[in-house]
Design a protein around this ligand. Structure first.
Ligand code: APR
Length: 336
């Protein structure tokens, strides 16, 4: 195990020492490395890329550092295989795991990825007990539950990437359909990060105009279907891996809201304690993301159809957690 230090001193002028935030990304694969790039471009902090494979995080970190003069960012990006280099991180993004292959459902990934997430989280919290954790590894809603259980952290500091990505995809499809700027399109997707996700057309707008007034119901059905299958659509095109540009951009958006205490309202997998009638489980809901992590879960009204779809999504996640035999991993299942 070795570390390549891309030394760039933290700006320091004696007493008025200014320190950048420290962000660790575990898993220097497609999603992890691209997340490092977005974080660097946004200068959100110094980034430590960690992977189990020797050389890969070091090589990618160095490559990113060599891109920094071109883009003019001063975040230091370091690659390592050693968790000691992650010590004192403010935020840890976990992408370690195996990616979905064609014909593989997110649930097929469950056993391999849950043991990877377990090992990773144990190490992460040992060295960064104050960190916020964003989980990216799929199947997301189950992995974030496992991560939270293993971490022993308050649920407000452990969350998962789901709706930020799914709503970005829905926004892209709405903008394509209407030939309008993506900047003006807002969309909301709640529920699990799986085929049972719940894209909410009533809460999707173009500059405040409900999309229901701009796109007829049948076309919108098609867009919603495409959003539900968006991850699979990329997998079937790539053939050897899953999406990474949009996932990494979406996780960087969540990171930015936390690091800069922006308090943006972004749908993500959060621990519900009665909200939306869900107790003791993670699922995608709109949350306020700030320096304290998930600062609030925003409860919006759901009509009959949305409520039915959301319940279906809750059941699907419950079944996945049941299939995991969580107690055999040494995790106490405290769901009611
Ligand atoms: N510790 C650290 N890194 C690990 C470990 C581990 N125990 N196990 C695997 N990894 C690393 C791999 O070496 C690899 O570099 O995780 C990385 C995963 O990268 P990719 O295979 O490129 O997968 P990626 O496309 O980045 O997806 C990662 O995000 O969107 C989800 O479903 C996706 O669960 C998958 C995850």
């Amino acid at each position: 195990m070795y570390t390549v230090y891309n030394t760039r001193p933290t700006f320091s002028t004696g007493k008025n020492k200014m320190e950048r935030k420290k962000i660790t990304i575990v898993g220097a694969g497609h999603v992890g490395a691209h997340t490092a790039l977005w974080l660097g471009l946004k200068e959100l902090g110094d980034v430590v890329l960690l992977d189990i494979v020797e050389g890969v995080p070091q090589g990618k970190a160095l490559d990113l550092m060599e891109a920094s003069p071109v883009e003019g960012f001063d975040s230091a990006i370091t690659g390592t295989n050693d968790y000691r280099d992650t010590a004192g991180s403010d935020l840890v993004i976990i992408t370690a795991g195996i990616a979905r292959k064609p014909g593989m459902s997110r649930s097929d990934l469950i056993n391999t990825n849950s043991s990877i997430v377990k090992t990773v989280v144990e190490k992460v919290v040992e060295y960064s007990p104050e960190a916020h954790l964003i989980i990216v590894t799929n199947p997301l809603d189950v992995m974030v539950y496992v991560a939270w259980k293993i971490s022993g952290l308050p649920p407000s500091r452990v969350m998962g990437l789901s709706g930020a990505l799914d709503s970005a995809r829905l926004r892209a499809f709405i903008a394509m359909e209407l030939d309008v700027s993506v900047e003006d399109v807002q969309a909301m997707v709640i529920g699990g990060h799986a085929d049972e996700m719940v894209p909410l057309r009533r809460y999707s707008t173009v500059s405040g105009i409900p999309v229901t007034q701009l796109i007829d119901a049948k076309r919108m059905d098609g867009i919603i279907e495409r959003t539900r299958n968006a991850g699979g659509e990329i997998v079937s095109l790539l053939k050897t891996g899953s999406a990474y540009y949009a996932p990494s951009a979406a996780v960087a958006e969540m990171a930015e809201s936390i690091i800069k205490d922006k308090k943006r309202i972004i749908p993500c997998a959060a621990y519900c304690e009665g909200q939306y009638g869900v107790d003791g489980m993670y699922i995608g809901v709109p949350v306020k993301l700030g320096r304290n992590g998930v600062e609030e879960i925003i409860e919006i009204e759901l009509d009959e159809e949305e409520e039915r779809d959301f319940r279906r999504s809750v059941s699907a996640i419950k079944e996945l957690i049941d299939s995991l035999e969580i107690e055999s991993m040494g995790i106490k299942d405290t769901r009611p």
